[in-house]
Each structure stands twice: as C-alpha cells, then as structure tokens.
Design a binder for this molecule. Structure first.
Ligand SMILES: [Zn+2]
Length: 883
C-alpha cells in the first residue's frame, strides 16, 4: 500500500522518456511466496530527451536482490534502490544492458496488481502500473519494447506456462520436477500489456483463418471441468475477428490468441498482447448457468478485448491522460460490433440507458472530469464511465459529423499513420480532420470540458409562410475545476414528422436540403428555418442520440405520444415514451413529498399498450419501451433535494397503474412469449425472453397470490438461468413464504458455483425493504462470501450500494455507515476495489438535507481515517471538495 503524500500528475508536465528500452528479457521462476524475477533490459538514451539524463526506473514494493550493468555487478555507490525506485545518477550515456533481480511474493499480493495468485493460478495484471510491482522499469506507456519471457515452475504446481506472443521453446529441466517455456512477442509494447500465467488449467482450442489466409490457433484456458462453458466465448471471439476484418480491415497478427479466465480479478478483462486475462464471469456460460445478460456481456467483452489488439496495443497511448484514446475508441468499436450482431436500435437504447445511468450521474457530481483529464492523483480512479462510455460517444460524434465513408477513411489513416506508436488524442482527431478536410479544433473541447451539455430546442410553425423555425441554445453547467465553458460542437440529427407519420423533406431557407438531417450547433445559440412545410410537423431531435446531451424540447405530451407511434427513428420512438413517463414520475415524486396524491396519466398507459400490442415491433424493443425509468434515472432527472423513498413510491404507483389497466394485455403477451423451444442465446430469442420477463415484473407488482404463483411456476419449470433468475427476482420483491423457499432452493441448487451464488447475493442486496441491511450484513459472514474476492464484494455490497436506492440511502444513515465500514475494511488489502465501492456515494450532494448531512458525515469519517490508500484518499477528497 502506498501511503505517501499524493502529488498530482499533470498532462502539461509531459516530457518524452529520458531512456528507451529496446528489448526486455524476463526470466521468471515461479514460487508461491518467493518468485524470482530476472529482467535484462537493453536501454539507450532517448535522442528526443535532454541529455545527459539519470536513469530512473519505477518500482512498487520491490526488493532488489542483484544488479548488473553490462554484465558486471554494479557497486552500491552507483545506484539507489528503494521499494519504489531504482536510480542511477550518472549512467553512461550510451546503449547499455541492465540486469535486475527482484523477489516477489504472489501469495501476499491482495491488491491483485502485478503478479498474484488467483486460487492456485499465477497471473498478472499490469495496467495501469502493475509491472513495476514485478521488476524495476520505466513503467509508462510510451516506452515500448520487444519482450522475451522465460517462465520456470514446478510441473505439478503450474503445468501450464503462458506469456505474450508466440511459444518459442519448452521443456523439462534435468531434475525432472521443474519445467520451462519461452515466449517471444515480436511487437513492441508498453509494460502494461505484459502478461504471464502459470497453473493447472484446461484448454479449449479452435482455429481461425484470417483474411490473408493465415491460420491462427485460438485457446481459452479455464479451471479444469469448466471447458464445456467456453463455447459462447469462443464463438464470440471468432465473430469479432471476422467483423474487425470486414468493418475496419484489421487482421490478427500473431500465430496464437489466448484467453485465460481467472476468478480473482479487479476488472472485467485485460487486453494483454496475445494473452487476454479475463474475470471468469465474462467467459463461462451455459444456458443453465448464465443469463441472456451474461451472454451479451461475454460477447461484448470478448470482442472489446480482442479489438484492443489494434486500438490499444498496436497503437497505444502516449501517457495515461490519453486513456480514452484506447478505451473510448474500443468501446465504440464493441458497440458497433454488437449492433451489427444484434438489433441496432435496441443496442443503442441500452447503451444510452447505461450512459445516462452512470456517466451522466458522474458528470453531474463531484467526481466529474473531462474525457481526457488533465490531472490525476491515482490513475486507477480514471477507469471511469466518462473515459469509456462518453469517450465512445465522442468517437461516435466524429462518425456523425463526417459520415460513415469519411469516418472510415479517418480510421484507416489512423491505423497506417500511427501503427507501432504511442499516440495522443490530437493525433487521432487530426486523422479525421485530414480525411474530412475540416477543422476539428473546436471539436477537441469534447475531450477537455466536463459536464453534460444542455440543449434547449424551441420549434414554431408558421402556417401562413409554410415555414418551421427551430431555435437551439446550448449551455454547459459548471463542473469541478471548470467554472465557465466554451460552446461545443454538437451534431444533432433531426427530422420533422408530418401528420401522416412520414418525415418531411428538410429544406433550408436557401433551398438547400439538409444533408443527413444533420444540424451542427457550434455557437451558444442558432436558428434554423425550414421552408415548404405544408402542415404543422412534430420535431424529432437528436435522433439515434447523435450527441450525448441533455435535451429539452417544447413538445406537448400529445406530440410525444404521436412520436411514440410514428417516429421513423426507433430511438426517438423509445425516447418519447421514456420522456412521457419521466414527466409523470417527476411530478408524482413531488406530489408524494407534499403528501398529495400522485398524478395519473391514462394516456401514457394507453401509449404503452399501443406499443405492447403492436405486432410490427421487435420484442426486444418493446421490452425497452415498457421498462420504466429506474429510480436512479428519476433521481438524476430531479437532480436536487432527492428523497429516494418518494422516488420509489412514485415509480411503484405508475407500475400499479400499468399493471391494473393492462393486466389482460400483459398476461396475453406473457403467455404468447412463453415458448417451449429449447434455449438459444441469439438476439431474437433473447428479445422474446426480455419482453416476457418485463411483463412478469409488471404482473407481480402488487404481489397478489396469482402473480406469485405465476412467478413460482416459472421459477420451478425454467430450463435456463434467464427465466429462473427473472422469476426469482420477481419473487424477491414480494415479502412472501415463496420468496424464502425459492431463495433457499436457488442456493441449494447452485452453491457449488460462485458465479451463480453472486446472482443470489445481488438479488438479496437489491430488495427495497428495511430488513435488507441486516440481511446483507449477515450475508458477509455466509460461507459463500469472501471480502478477498472482488466479484463477491461487488455482487453483495456493490449491488446494495449501487442498485438499492432506498436502502443504501436509508433515512437513518446506516446504509452509508455500512458502505463506509466496508470500504475501510477492504482498503488496506485492495485499494482499487475499495475506491470503486466508495464512489457509490458520489451523488450525495443531490440528496435531501437530512440524508445529505448523514452521507457527508460518513465521507468525513473516511477522510479522517489515517493511512488511507491513494485510491480511496483521492475519491474521498474529490467527493467532499467544495467546488
Ligand atoms: Zn478496454
């Protein structure tokens, strides 16, 4: 753990590295508590740096055993070695070979950064700064080297030995007890992409022929006995490889592509060159063990990590401020892949729901930061939804602005111009400026200014002149460190929907048609006049969510219902119903706080019925339409003085109204979609199950006996985890004996499978009733729970803190106390995990005064704790800072 005074790292302080590393030869002798690492580095002074420079290598908790320079032991007067640094004040200013021997203890590594053990498997996690926990190294992404890795281990302890690249040599040592493997990766890479694995692992193998006809061996390594659960991950990998060839012309470049699934992992997965390491949650799936959501996550994450081979590995980031260069771009690419594999409109709606639920909340709170931050204390805290998801939206806007053809040309240019380099955002955007022949300097503000832009659109129809005028105005609210902002470039795809439901031609006053329906707002305000508009239209703005903004349009509820039925843009059809529901829910929440009856809106329920009974809409889309805004969506919309109990009550009232009015329609739809066909994870079948289970969720709103019986029947008869989990979830929301019985049964069935037990933990943590806190506390002592495993902690305490709005925000503050107690207990062992958990309290300022002061007191208690990790210290200071 690092307890030193944090000093900020600033983008403006970037300097090229003083020394470059051409080759790294590693010799790692694996041992559970004393792994010996010999690193031989071929270094040379960087011609671009100011010479002569000292040689300073990063470390983190290291013990130096031996040091040699050009083959000779180096006298201790010539260097200083501390756990955090190895420096040579006056190294010869010429190419030199440095041989460093260190000892590391994988079993004691509870941070899960560097070399550690997950169960009995040795594995590594080096992004962002884990390599320096293995050996001293200039651990920064712009130092790219060619790695050769020799691994040695007891044959019984680690029969499988893997590292990046291609296997060059393997064999048994003369003793017969130990063996070795030598891997060579010909592509220069930064240290954060280094990986090594050793253990007893089973393997599933397949092949892929690339577009130029090369055969690649594909391997997925898992715990023995779990081989039959890798099929979907392998299938996803092959589809992703083909898609990247077709969509972006990107071909895989090594002879082998390997994935290793481990159970102790801080993140989702890691794109180490040729050797991806995954949280097993995102590899293992079978119909009996994984839900449709799990399948979709596996497909997306396998693809995401694979796509990094070009966007992240072949072209990497110059420094960690450029993290969105690889992450935003790769999220964009995996979203595009999923859209091509599944339903584009449905995927867009899901992505935007996720963006609003997480990123927009971050953007509106004390942890708001630009897509490219300019300062950090702890880089681990910047693996955020802003860098990833908003970063992807920024790339998507480039595509909207340039059109698909020029966008692809810009991507091609980026790949040819920067292959093998550590690049910057400026270099990336310049490729699109060059491909499109346009100035994108104002567009760069999307990377620099934090906060979600707010757009007000006001339309007016002039029946006599047959014109429609649209006034647009933008503002960007102040965010930490950014009190005032410049106007952004905002690409809004728009349409005017005529009374017959068809789009009217968009003709500008000068007679020119509006290309691709695109309005580009690049000033504080602008007006657009369209001519030849024969009848009053309804405006449909920000189609497909072309810009990640908060949009307010002066359309009536009636116009929204019209769009819900007629808009040719499916995203805005969904948005229309969502906006209607949100208007009602916000009004109702206010009414409940004033002890007045919540507002009813029969027309909204009728609009939902129209969608539900429409036969030409795909079920996955209908499921999105009838899934109401979540409690956190409503809280985000209200944005100040939020009372989570009132929000919950308002949402329940609307659910009741829908359930009562549409009970027949819901029951018919449920029955129609209850198919006896065997399970398939494809998009159509997934969509049908999604709609069926959304109906079930509404049917069980009031917990009446027939609804409980229906859920119980589905639970018992389900032949797949999606249906069984949906039924169990419906039951957990009703305080009934069936709930207890089903939860007990579920645990009995799946107690041997930690990933399924996680689902069981999450469901119980999310129950919106006062007993939940004690239940969650009790579950922390359950034999299936472990504070040392990040998946368990996220499943139980993460679900409570992030998904249970009423109970984590209890009016007595005990929810905050529990979260904070857990954060402080985890922090000394796994700071990254602790910091993520603490960020659940980031929206404390929007709460009503009583809860706000309790949450603040809990955060103050964290801030006042001595020896906080840098990760947690950074989050709590930013969360409490007065802006
Ligand atoms: Zn990534």
């Amino acid at each position: 753990m690092r307890t030193d005074e944090p000093h900020p790292i600033r983008l403006q302080d970037y300097r090229p590295p003083d020394w470059l590393v051409d080759t790294v030869e590693l010799d790692v002798s694996l041992d559970a508590s004393a792994t010996r690492v010999r690193a031989s580095l071929l270094l040379r002074p960087n011609p671009k740096a100011a010479a002569p420079a000292p040689l300073v290598l990063d470390g983190d908790g290291l013990t130096l055993v031996a040091l040699r320079l050009d083959g000779e032991p180096l006298a201790s007067v010539h260097y200083v070695a501390t756990p955090d640094r190895l420096s040579l004040a006056q190294p010869p200013q010429r190419p030199l070979r440095l041989e460093i021997e260190t000892l590391v203890d994988p079993s004691a590594n509870t941070q899960l950064m560097g070399l550690y053990r997950s169960g009995k498997t040795y594995c590594t996690q080096c992004e962002a700064e884990g390599f320096r926990r293995i050996t001293y190294f200039p651990d920064r992404p712009d130092v790219m080297a060619v790695y050769t890795t020799r691994i040695e281990a007891d044959i019984t302890d680690a029969p499988v030995l893997l590292a990046n690249g291609n296997l060059k040599e393997a064999g048994t040592l003369p003793s017969g007890k130990r063996h070795f493997a030598v891997w060579h990766d010909p592509f220069p890479k930064p240290a954060y992409l280094f990986a090594l694995v050793g253990g007893t692992l089973a393997v599933v193998e397949d092949r892929f022929r690339t577009m130029s006809g090369r055969d690649v061996t594909l391997r997925i390594y898992v715990e023995p006995g779990k081989e039959d659960r890798c099929g979907y991950a392998m299938d996803s990998l092959k589809r992703a490889m083909r898609w990247d060839e077709q969509a972006f012309g990107r071909e895989y470049d090594l002879d082998m592509f390997m994935i290793v699934a481990v159970s102790d992992f801080n993140m989702g997965a890691m794109e180490n060159k040729g050797l991806n390491i995954f949280n097993d949650k995102y590899i293992l799936a079978s119909p009996e063990t994984a839900t449709d959501t799990d399948y979709a996550s596996i497909e997306a994450i396998v693809a995401h990590e694979y796509f990094h081979n070009w966007t992240g590995n072949r072209i990497t980031c110059r420094d960690w401020f450029q993290l969105c260069l690889k992450e935003g771009l790769t999220v964009f690419r995996d979203q595009e892949f999923t859209s091509d594999e599944r339903s584009r409109p449905v995927e867009r709606i899901k992505d935007v729901r996720g963006l609003r639920a997480h990123q927009c909340v971050e953007d509106a709170g004390p942890l708001a930061h630009p897509v490219r931050p300019t300062l950090y204390h702890e880089i681990n805290n910047f693996y955020t939804t802003t860098v990833y998801e908003k970063g992807a939206e920024v790339v998507r806007m480039l595509q909207v602005l340039l059109g698909p053809q020029q966008f692809r040309q810009g991507m091609d240019l980026y790949f040819t111009r920067h292959d093998g380099e550590a690049a910057t955002i400026e270099q990336f955007v310049q490729c699109f400026a060059d491909a499109g022949g346009r100035d994108l300097s104002q567009f760069m503000l999307w990377y620099a200014q934090s906060g979600t832009p707010e757009i007000v659109a006001t339309g007016s129809y002039d029946a006599r002149a047959k014109t429609y005028r649209l006034d647009l105005a933008q503002t960007l609210p102040p965010t930490p460190g950014q009190p005032s902002k410049e106007p952004m470039v905002i690409p809004l795809v728009a349409g005017l929907v005529g009374p017959d439901g068809r789009d009217l031609p968009l003709q500008r006053a000068d007679g020119a048609p509006l290309e691709r329906g695109l309005l580009t707002l690049d000033r504080p305000a602008a007006s657009y006049v369209f001519t030849g508009v024969e009848q009053r239209p309804v405006p449909s703005i920000n189609r497909g969510f072309s810009a990640p903004v908060r949009l307010t349009v002066n359309v009536s509820d009636e116009d929204l219902r019209f769009l819900a039925n007629h808009d040719s843009d499916p995203f805005n059809r969904w948005q229309a119903v969502h906006t209607l529901a949100m208007r009602l829910l916000v009004d109702s929440t206010e009414a409940i706080r004033r002890s007045e009856p919540p507002r009813q809106d029969p027309a909204l329920v009728a609009a939902i019925k129209a969608v539900l009974t429409s036969r030409d809409l795909e079920p996955a889309f209908v499921a999105q339409v009838i899934a109401l805004p979540s409690e956190s969506d409503i809280a985000r919309e209200i944005a100040r003085d939020v009372n989570p109990d009132a929000v919950y009550a308002a949402r329940q009232t609307l659910r009741q109204a829908i359930m009562t009015t549409l009970s027949k329609t819901l029951a018919t739809t449920y029955q129609r979609l209850s198919s006896p066909e065997p399970y398939s994870p494809d998009a159509d079948a997934t969509g049908r199950r999604a709609l069926k289970n959304t109906c079930l969720d509404l049917i069980t709103t009031a917990c009446d006996p027939s609804a409980i019986a229906l859920a119980k029947r589905q639970y018992e008869r389900a032949d797949n985890m999606t249906d069984r989990m949906a039924a169990l979830q419906a039951l957990t929301l009703c305080d009934c004996t069936e709930r207890t019985a089903a939860l007990d049964d579920f645990y009995r069935r799946y107690s041997g499978d930690p990933l399924i037990v996680d689902k069981w933990l999450s469901l119980q943590a999310a129950i919106p009733e006062p007993a939940t806190l004690e239940r969650v506390k009790a579950l922390t002592s359950h034999p299936a729970f472990s504070m040392a495993n990040p998946n368990r902690v996220r499943a139980l305490i993460g679900a409570f803190a992030m998904s249970n709005q009423t109970q984590s925000n209890r009016a007595d503050g005990r929810g905050y106390d529990f979260i904070v107690d857990t954060v402080l207990a985890i922090d000394p062992k796994n700071p990254q995990l602790a910091a993520r958990l603490l960020s659940a309290l980031k929206s404390w300022r929007v709460l009503e005064p009583r809860r706000r002061s309790l949450a603040r007191a809990a955060l103050k208690r964290v801030a006042g704790t001595p020896s906080l990790s840098r990760d947690v210290g950074d989050i709590v200071q930013r969360a409490l800072a007065e802006s």
